[in-house]
Design a protein around this ligand. Structure first.
Ligand code: TRP
Ligand code: SF4
Length: 324
């Protein structure tokens, strides 16, 4: 029997190249080796945006279409919507009984969010419980592994702790899932912060090449390199980080040219934008082949399939918890 994988993203709509090279290319590869469940996490969006959810449905569809254009196939994998599998919410409730508050309050991702979104004194119960819901997502399928970016490692660790505690309190029914990291380099946003649509520093997979070009023109580079022949510091430069994605052989050459002051940022960016656009051609072309009309049906069918598996786990959970 194939090992199981579960991963997901919050339902935030169109994906950016950080998503593509950070996790999606990995998900695509894993499809042939594992039984894969890929979840569009709409409930997780509500943990911070419960009152800004106007675009939820279109975001869900856009994300699913992007995934498929990037190579996630509904024939090979189960693509589903979190809220269409209510067993996640049920398992989340059961887990909430056995999770000490300290585990959640220590969560570094929560601390980051409080800082970035200015949530001091405004943390809702649901946001604190974010990792508990994520643990329910993963354990409802008894996933063996979870392919994610580094930023999710703390959540996978909490998932493992929850599995251990459940297994020791009731009965050992959950595996301790492993995180599977991609080996591709981290992709910074255009301003050097983490790439994110809400920070308005993202290059989208599904955008016109001219837009990508314009964005790269404004990307953050070495602030001390003003003239073409100034010697630059590529390691702090966003454009240089993007070179690592598109052309491994060229990196050392670009590093040399930059540090020796033999190339200007304008040219360097232009060349990078061309390479990046070239790299994205197959993904961008794939949009026309995605069956966008049937997207509702694909998601509903995927969610039915996912639910069957989650239901079996919940039956077992209730039994070992002595519920009816
Ligand atoms: N928290 C993840 C993120 O922000 C999204 C997510 C929700 C997830 N449920 C999951 C990831 C289960 C992996 C497994 O990207
Ligand atoms: Fe960055 Fe290129 Fe400018 Fe060097 S020359 S600082 S690598 S954009």
């Amino acid at each position: 029997m194939k090992k199981k994988i579960l991963s997901g993203n919050r339902a935030t709509g169109k994906i950016h190249i950080g998503n593509l090279f950070g996790v999606l290319t990995n998900w695509v590869k894993l499809q042939s080796k594992y039984e894969c469940f890929y979840e569009i996490a709409d409930l997780h969006v509500l943990t911070t945006n419960y009152n800004h959810n106007e675009h939820m449905r279109s975001n869900i569809k856009e994300m699913a279409i992007d995934w498929m254009a990037c190579g996630i196939s509904p024939e090979k994998s189960t693509i589903f919507i979190q809220s269409l599998v209510p067993e996640h919410a049920e398992l989340y409730l059961f887990f909430s009984m056995l999770v000490p508050l300290g585990w959640l309050e220590r969560n570094p991702t929560l601390k980051e969010q409080i800082r970035d979104l200015n949530l001091q004194d405004k943390v809702n119960y649901g946001l604190l419980g974010y990792p508990v819901l994520q643990a329910a997502d993963i354990l409802a399928y008894k996933a063996d592994a979870v392919p994610v970016g580094e930023d999710q490692l703390s959540h996978i660790e909490i998932t493992r702790e929850i599995a251990r505690r459940f297994n020791s309190v009731y009965k050992s029914i959950f595996p301790e899932p492993k995180a599977l990291l991609t080996d591709s380099p981290k992709v910074p946003g255009l301003d050097g912060r983490k790439m994110s649509k809400s920070l308005d520093n993202a290059i989208l997979v599904d955008e016109l090449p001219e837009i990508t070009k314009e964005k790269v023109k404004k990307a953050f580079t070495d602030p001390l390199k003003i003239h073409k022949n100034d010697k630059g510091h590529p390691d702090g430069c966003v454009v240089f980080a993007y070179y690592k994605l598109v052309n491994v052989e060229k990196i050392e050459e670009v590093r040399k040219l930059c540090t020796q002051g033999k190339i200007g940022c304008v040219n360097c960016k232009e060349e990078l934008a061309n390479l990046l656009n070239k790299l994205l051609v197959p993904y961008r072309e794939a949009y026309s082949k995605v069956n966008q009309e049937d997207i509702d049906e694909i998601l509903e069918e995927g969610s039915r399939k996912a639910r069957k598996v989650a239901k079996e786990t919940l039956c077992e959970v209730k039994e070992v918890m002595n519920l009816w």
